[in-house]
Design a protein around this ligand. Structure first.
Ligand code: NAD
Length: 266
């Protein structure tokens, strides 16, 4: 592999299992020389993340629930002990919404309570992580979050997650503008559908998966390696001049405006 990330220390947030997008990204970054730390949400996931981290040579595995700011600060304090207060990059691959509201019409099912919770976990946590990470970064630092095409176009059942992703994408631009003068870059990957725990929470996920496979220019969905490769680009010096960007890794699905006529007619 290239050694593109050699000497870089980074925090990976959002591994739940070996299907997680964060895991695909971690695998790729490790293969290119990065030294990694991981956070996990809750003890049950911790039991899964520990062995996965070990596969990538890491024993820095820290609990962190972004709904509990004390646990975020505790994770960064522990990270400082292991990384000498220095950090080169963060991958934020965290999202949550009440699954009962990822089904049906947005206008009917969305409650104030779940709207706020979804926004806090899926959007504002990235800003809170950026606030803490940026203080530990120098020029060359990079922050990356994960978004979805449902941020800008309506996807059935994506509902409040789409609204949160739109706000997340706006946050990427504001954070990029603020942190750019310090040489810190902030970008998002907009991934096509991937079969993960979070992905399975959206009603008719399989339908959306098959639809994108049929209509995306590449006629396939994306793999964890595809997403990992794009993350490597956005976190390494290869993209040194890129910030505030929403980069699609979706087999080109986002450029399509209508289903293929041959499929519609079939
Ligand atoms: P996943 O279920 O593997 O990962 C989601 C992660 O979010 C889990 O590790 C979970 O523990 C974490 N999380 C949720 N609430 C949290 C909290 N309060 N504190 C800390 N962590 C919390 O699913 P994934 O699909 O890999 O999701 C990662 C990111 O990718 C999410 O932002 C998701 O919206 C985004 N994304 C997913 C897809 C897809 O099709 N799967 C497509 C585009 C973007």
């Amino acid at each position: 592999m290239t050694g593109l990330m050699a000497g870089r220390r980074g925090l990976i947030m959002g591994v739940a299992n070996d299907h997680s997008i964060a895991w695909g990204i971690a695998r790729t970054l490790h293969a290119h020389g990065a030294e990694l730390a991981f956070t996990y949400q809750g003890e049950a996931l911790g039991r899964r993340v520990g062995p996965l981290a070990a596969k990538l040579g890491s024993d820095v595995v820290l609990p962190c629930d972004v709904e509990d700011l004390a646990s975020v600060d505790a994770a960064f304090a522990k990270l400082d002990e292991r990384f000498d207060g220095r950090l080169d990059f963060v991958v934020h691959a965290i999202g949550f919404s009440d699954k009962a509201q990822l089904k049906g019409r947005y206008v009917d099912v969305t409650t104030r309570e779940n709207f706020s919770r979804t926004m806090t976990v899926s959007c504002f946590s990235f800003t809170e992580i950026a606030q803490r990470a940026a203080r530990r970064m120098g020029p060359g630092g990079a922050l990356l979050t994960l978004t979805y095409g449902g941020a800008t176009r309506v996807m059935p059942n994506y509902n409040v997650m789409g609204v949160a992703k739109a706000a997340l994408e706006a946050s990427v631009r504001y954070l990029a503008a603020d942190l750019g003068p310090d040489g810190i870059r902030v970008n998002a990957l907009s991934a096509g559908p991937v079969r993960t725990l979070a992905g399975a929470g959206i009603a008719d996920a399989r339908l959306m998966f098959n639809h994108q496979k049929a209509h995306a220019p590449l006629r396939r969905t994306v793999s964890l390696d595809d997403v990992g490769g794009s993350a490597l680009y956005l976190l390494s010096d290869l993209s040194g001049g890129v910030t505030g960007e929403i980069h699609f890794v979706d087999s080109g699905y986002n450029i399509i405006s209508m289903p293929r006529p041959d499929v519609l007619q079939a």
